[in-house]
Design a protein around this ligand. Sequence first.
Ligand SMILES: Nc1ncnc2c1ncn2[C@@H]1O[C@H](COP(=O)(O)OP(=O)(O)OP(=O)(O)O)[C@@H](O)[C@H]1O
Length: 263
Amino acid sequence: MPHNNKHITNRENHEIEFRNVSFKYPGAEQYTIKNVSLKIPVGKKLAIVGLNGAGKTTFIKLLMRLYDPPEGEILLDGVNIKEYDYKEYLKLFSVVFQDFKLLSFTIKENISLADSETTDGDKILDVLKDAGLSERIKELEYGIETAVSKKFDEKGIEFSGGESQKLAIARALYKDAPIVILDEATAALDPISEYEIYSKFDTLVGDKTSIFISHRLSSCRFCDCIAVFHNGEIIQYGKHEELLKDENSKYAELWNAQAQYYN
Ligand SMILES: Nc1ncnc2c1ncn2[C@@H]1O[C@H](COP(=O)(O)OP(=O)(O)OP(=O)(O)O)[C@@H](O)[C@H]1O
């Protein structure tokens, strides 16, 4: 019997598994996720790629327990995720979504999501550096105490889309949770910033279990495995080189469509 309050004792290493998961949004006729099974072993990096509407973000929403799949099971360390205490469960994830929200508070509070007393100022500066924002913050008279938005403070700052995304990445780095999820987390970054972030990923993510969703296939190559989603199903699964071998595959089609811009 699920009791929904199982405690998470292992703080570091986590394995995620989807077993025959299918899901329809409430009121929808079509399945958005169809019989998806995959395992992300402890410390491994999974990339999910696929066209718009393929079901990638929905997969993450199910993992984050925003919806409860009526068919199949999602397991964390072999236990159905429904059984864990919800708050404890969410603490395991550092997530950057495509549509993250910045709050009308200071830069520091936007990163720590806590009041100033408990915040480690040095760590804030470190994560801002890793996210590629320190130079920008140094220009500000009030530094990390600057308000994000001019709504309540005329000395506040309105960040650009890419700068806001860097702040969201800094927030995820500050949380330093054992599982990292980046869902189109670098889509608004210019190519140089994106390259800088990706080249630091190995250090940033380290040996944490992680999931990356990106339309830029070149930035998924470093992952241990790539799952290609199509109409809610996993149609290909493997390493970059293996997936490319099948020239008629969806992955090859997506890769070649982008490669022509690089060549
Ligand atoms: N809240 C919702 N209610 C009903 N349908 C939804 C909802 N959210 C998403 N969908 C539908 O589910 C399908 C999959 O969406 P999802 O966001 O998972 O795709 P995606 O692969 O992440 O796409 P993208 O690359 O555009 O971000 C889409 O057809 C979308 O319209």
